[in-house]
Design a binder for this molecule. Structure first.
Ligand SMILES: [Zn+2]
Length: 495
């Protein structure tokens, strides 16, 4: 008989040190059939689930899906809106469904919940038990989820991305759906969660580098070798959440003995500890990077100046000027940069193409990302800022599908700089962001990248060299600069 699966999701990575809350207007919200119509073919995890469900002839019972770009703590109105709609819809259909499938991020913090997803899963289980319903709950998680004991205790199985950049987000949902299919045949599984004392900066958790690389390889070996292990999730965690569950954790779903699963997880934590130094990579000052760059006779392929402190995918505003300002004070040319500045983009839309504009750009969102800088440049182009991903498996697809909206945008150019101004902060995870605006990043000498790891699939192949530059901003890799209060004795630095 065909199965009925209740599908919903909430996706937010919350940076609790940002002053501005995330409000309802920041979320893209889909209700009911919209979830299916809007996600089908968009490369997202939900798209992956829809495809698998259709192959199994499952009947999807859509509830509510909300997603927002990484930003500050989610306000009360947004969390209440989600939960009210979710439980109203679940109440209508709960006696006619065979499972709940959730597409989550796993690092959401709201006004009333440090552990939003854990509390939400607990509320679902309590709702189901009042209705005398026992069905599997399977959830997809981002690799950066700050997993809590409750998220594991109150779900049947969670399954997380394995790659960072997240080129596998869609296939992760397909795999999670196939696990759900197996659960219909044999629902008897258990999950184990193992927290660690480490909070690693985003720059330390790329999956082509250690410690993630070796731990993931070992986890995969265990999954292949032991048929009782359904999955082992290596959770990098998301370091900009001042909550007790912040940090690196591992979990396992098994049909076998809990003690065996625990042994596996201990073994993986040993690898983490052996390679922990790689989890806190050193960054350069701009001067150190320029010392190297200035000795290169000819820059034939772009050099990336990566600015993790304003990592848009990590939640910061994308308008930090510290690095760009200092670079413009040198005699370097061929610089490409992107600054999110709705006010400056709007001014460009009111100006004349091919005329000079004079603007103060950037550092307008808050006081943590430098000072606005004065730019005099030719206005080359304006656009609505919409583009389609060049790489449909881009990290960006995991966050917002393949059609991206940067808001009204503009391109400025002067002797040193080609600058893209956007109105909606957009992580630099796909070259289409620049090429769609007439900028060929391959022609640049220096590209400023506001990211930590998620840019790598797009930009590493076109670059000759890259430097991680220590600059001002709330996604700093130096976690000691952040006023943590709730993380207890967790380790945020090896110094
Ligand atoms: Zn992530």
């Amino acid at each position: 008989m065909s199965k009925n699966i209740f599908l919903s999701g909430i996706y937010h990575e919350t940076h609790t040190f940002l002053g501005e809350p995330t409000t309802l207007k920041d979320f893209v919200i889909f209700h009911d059939e919209e979830i299916i119509n809007e996600n089908t073919g968009n490369g997202s995890p939900t798209d992956g689930f829809i495809e698998y469900a259709s192959g199994q002839n499952w009947n999807i019972v859509p509830g509510i899906q909300m997603s927002a770009r990484p930003s500050g703590t989610v306000d009360e109105e947004s969390e209440n809106y989600f939960k009210k709609n979710f439980f109203e819809k679940l109440k209508v259909s709960c006696h006619n469904i065979d499972a709940i499938f959730l597409v989550l991020h796993g690092a959401m913090v709201s006004t009333n919940h440090d552990d939003f997803e854990g509390d939400f899963l607990r509320d679902i289980q309590s709702f189901l038990s009042k209705e005398n319903i026992s069905i599997p709950i399977v959830a997809v998680l981002d690799l950066h989820a700050n997993v809590s004991e409750n998220m594991i205790k109150y779900s049947t199985c969670v399954y997380a991305y394995r790659k960072n950049p997240h080129s596998d987000s869609r296939e992760t949902a397909v795999k999670a759906a196939s696990i759900l299919n197996d659960l219909f045949l044999d629902p008897n599984v258990k999950q184990v969660h193992l927290d660690t004392k480490y909070i690693l900066p985003p720059t330390g958790v790329g999956t082509v580098n250690d410690p993630m690389k070796t731990i993931l390889e070992e986890a995969l070996k265990i999954e292949k070798k032991d048929p009782e292990i359904i999955c082992i999730n290596v959770m990098a965690g998301y370091s900009y959440a001042d909550i007790p569950d912040c940090g690196f954790s591992i979990n396992c779903c098994t049909r076998g003995k809990i003690s065996n699963a625990k042994n596996y997880l201990d073994k993986l934590v040993n690898i983490l500890e052996a390679k922990i130094k790689d989890g806190y990579p050193k960054e350069n000052s701009l001067d150190e990077a320029l010392n190297v760059i200035d000795n290169i006779t000819e820059i034939k392929k772009p050099i990336l100046l990566i600015e993790p402190a304003d990592n848009i995918g990590g939640g910061t505003p994308g308008d930090a000027t510290d690095l760009l300002d200092r670079l413009l004070q040198t005699n370097h040319t061929g610089i490409v940069a992107i600054i999110n500045d709705p006010e400056a983009a709007d001014a460009c839309h009111k100006a004349h193409i091919n005329n000079e504009v004079q603007l103060h750009i950037g550092a307008k969102f808050d006081a943590f990302h430098g000072k606005p800088i004065f730019i005099k440049a030719n206005l080359e182009r304006i656009s609505d800022g919409r583009f389609e991903l060049e790489n449909k498996q881009s990290h960006l697809a995991s966050m917002m599908g393949t059609k991206i909206n940067m808001g009204p945008s503009a391109v400025l150019k002067n002797d040193q700089l080609t600058l893209l101004l956007t109105s909606i902060k957009t992580p630099p995870m796909d070259l289409g962001q620049l090429t769609s605006q007439g900028i060929n990043p391959r022609d640049a000498k220096l590209i400023i990248i506001k990211a930590a790891v998620s840019h790598k699939d797009a930009y590493d192949p076109i670059a000759s060299l890259s430097f991680y530059i220590d600059s001002q901003g709330l996604c700093t890799s130096n976690l000691k600069r952040l006023p943590f209060k709730k993380i207890g004795n967790k380790i945020i630095s090896l110094d």
